[in-house]
Design a protein around this ligand. Sequence first.
Ligand code: HEC
Ligand code: HEC
Length: 289
Amino acid sequence: MRLLNRSAGRLSRHRRGPLAGLAVVLLGLLMTGGLYTVFSPAQAGSAAASEEQIAQGRELFLVSCAFCHGQNGEGIRTQNGNQLGPSLVGVGAAAVDFQVGTGRMPMARPGAQVPRKPQTFNDDEIAALAAYVASLGPGPAIPDESDYSVDGLSDEERQQAITNGGQIFLTNCTACHNFEGSGGAMPRGGFAPQIRGVEPRYIYEALLTGPQNMPNFSNGNLSPDEKRDVIAYLASLEDMPNYGGFGLGGLGPVAEGLAAWVLGIGSLIGVAVWIAAHTTRSTKKKVEA
Ligand code: HEC
Ligand code: HEC
């Protein structure tokens, strides 16, 4: 305590005059501001999108999306409390690029699942829609190719990324998407889709925005490098040879083990029963004789 007091005294002796205090406060403010710009996520819609693009996006939005999402993207509830479409304020350009880019939006009809379907809009229109929604409120930006590409890595680094990505995938994704990314059922009639062959950009955006029942893996939970590693791992599954035999849908060790158990042990039991039946008959014969 004494020590603390003494050092505090020394500090205040060094900080002379009101001007010095002001300088300290200013320096503190500058540093927080600087750190904030360094660490805060990039926001789309600020620099990249032009007024013109936002206006074009708004026009498309009014025609194709406002019916469910509202004139200003504020969301619409029906009278019985169901949601026609959620608010899009703050979902960010990444969510629009994912939803419209994978053809999920505009949604055709309400249901437990919004499936992937062919795109309705071309790339320019999707960019305009994304710019408009991003202008409603800050949210995650569309990732840049450098965020998810492994092209710049050496062979060793790439191998490392795949290994790391595989571990992340095992702990975070297999529960819903299965070991080989072949997808699986979800509660209330939904399903987690097969994610092999999905474009890296949409994988990144799905992680960033957590569509529907998928949790969102923000950059705080799963850093951009970790997202890239997961993408590298999924790409490596594409290159994996099929080792023949019955695939069993790649349902993982449980199903494959179960099949081996039922078929293998099952046939052994069959043979044992057959042998037992035959030996009984021969002993019976012996008794008769
Ligand atoms: C028929 C109604 C309907 C139409 C039309 C529609 N949406 Fe949607 N949209 C929904 C519903 C419902 C959801 C929520 C899906 C869910 O999470 O289960 C949604 C979700 C979204 C999301 C994801 C929000 C988030 O939290 O990540 C985006 C982005 C989106 N819509 C954009 C659009 C755009 C852009 C259009 C027009 C091109 C559009 N939607 C047209 C009903 C609609
Ligand atoms: C709680 C279950 C759940 C978990 C955990 C989960 N997902 Fe998903 N995922 C879903 C559902 C449900 C969808 C479908 C959303 C939709 O159709 O809008 C989805 C969609 C996706 C898509 C989009 C596929 C397409 O057809 O465009 C990708 C990519 C994806 N997930 C990757 C991942 C990865 C990688 C992880 C792990 C880091 C993960 N998911 C964790 C449930 C989950």
